[in-house]
Design a binder for this molecule. Structure first.
Ligand code: DGL
Length: 280
């Protein structure tokens, strides 16, 4: 096979994307928007969500099983679309394989470090992500003069999954969580959990216009595109007419996942399959 043909075949391989459940669809959606020629195999660990309240050991074990599952599809790269898994498992996953990987934390941290003017950055995320201090670590590597304030907002995940995106209950809880960040005058807020972009308008209204919201999903898709381009892996061939470039797998009910996914992703009819991730 000529080098050119083999590169083209590699470029046409799918991208693996995984998350603890449905939240990573906000990342998958950005990839679909920004690099529409790409095929995606998505895995959502809906039977074992949330990761945000679990230990490093458990998150890493789950993530390694998912890596082994995604390897079956000869993926050309893997996006760890979960902030919690990016915080705890990414290094160990990278050590297990040559497949290039991208987490969501670094891209979000980089943007926040660039956009802050007053050097006061807030991060909202799961308990585990906040405890890991991962955003602080990456931001400080880029700019040691900024101050980072982390705030765990565990109730946002169930509220989003209940569909309460625009609801007085979500409003009330968001106000309670965010008041302390408003009081310390941050000018940048990282939405450090996959679910939070879905309540972005509520968060933006409460924080006010002076605060820039950073959505790591957007930055990750951008960085992914650059990485694929640099490695000659960007897919230049659009999917064939009628072909479904997106495959979704979950560890719990596929029907439930599809209902949620169809409210987020507007790119064609979605099909999803349940698999037993414990076999990997
Ligand atoms: N996907 C997770 C994250 O971004 C949120 C849900 C969970 O706790 O598993 O951190």
């Amino acid at each position: 096979m000529s080098q050119e043909v083999s590169n083209k075949l590699r470029a046409e391989a799918p991208i693996g994307v995984f998350d603890s459940g449905v939240g990573g669809l906000t990342v998958a959606r950005e990839i679909m928007r920004q690099i529409p020629n790409e095929r995606i195999v998505y895995f959502g660990d809906t039977a074992r969500v949330p990761y945000g309240s679990k230990s490093r050991e458990t998150i890493t074990r789950y993530s390694k099983q998912i890596l082994r599952f995604l390897q079956k599809f000869q993926v050309k790269t893997i996006v760890v679309a979960c902030n919690t898994a990016s915080a705890y498992a990414l290094d160990e996953l990278e050590a297990e394989t040559d497949i290039p990987m991208l987490g969501v934390v670094k891209p979000g941290a980089k943007t926040a470090a660039e956009v802050t003017k007053n050097g006061r950055i807030g991060v909202i995320a799961t308990d585990a992500t906040i405890d890991s201090q991962i955003y602080t670590k990456y931001i400080k590597e880029l700019n040691k003069d900024v101050t980072i304030y982390g705030k765990a907002c565990p109730l946002f995940v169930p509220l989003v999954e209940e569909g309460l995106w625009q609801d007085p209950v979500t409003d009330e809880i968001a106000r309670r969580y965010l008041t302390e960040l408003i009081d310390i005058d941050i000018d940048t807020l990282i939405l450090g959990c996959t679910h939070y972009p879905l309540i972005r308008s509520t968060l933006g209204r409460i924080m006010g216009d002076a605060v820039t919201l950073v959505n790591p999903a957007y930055e990750t898709a951008q960085e992914l595109k650059e990485m694929l381009e640099q490695r000659g892996l960007l897919n230049r061939t659009p999917p064939a007419l009628g072909a479904n470039p997106y495959q979704f797998y979950v560890s719990d009910s596929a029907e439930k996942f599809k209902r949620f996914a169809n409210s987020i992703i507007k790119y064609g009819i979605l099909s999803a399959k349940t698999i037993n991730i414990e076999e990997y």
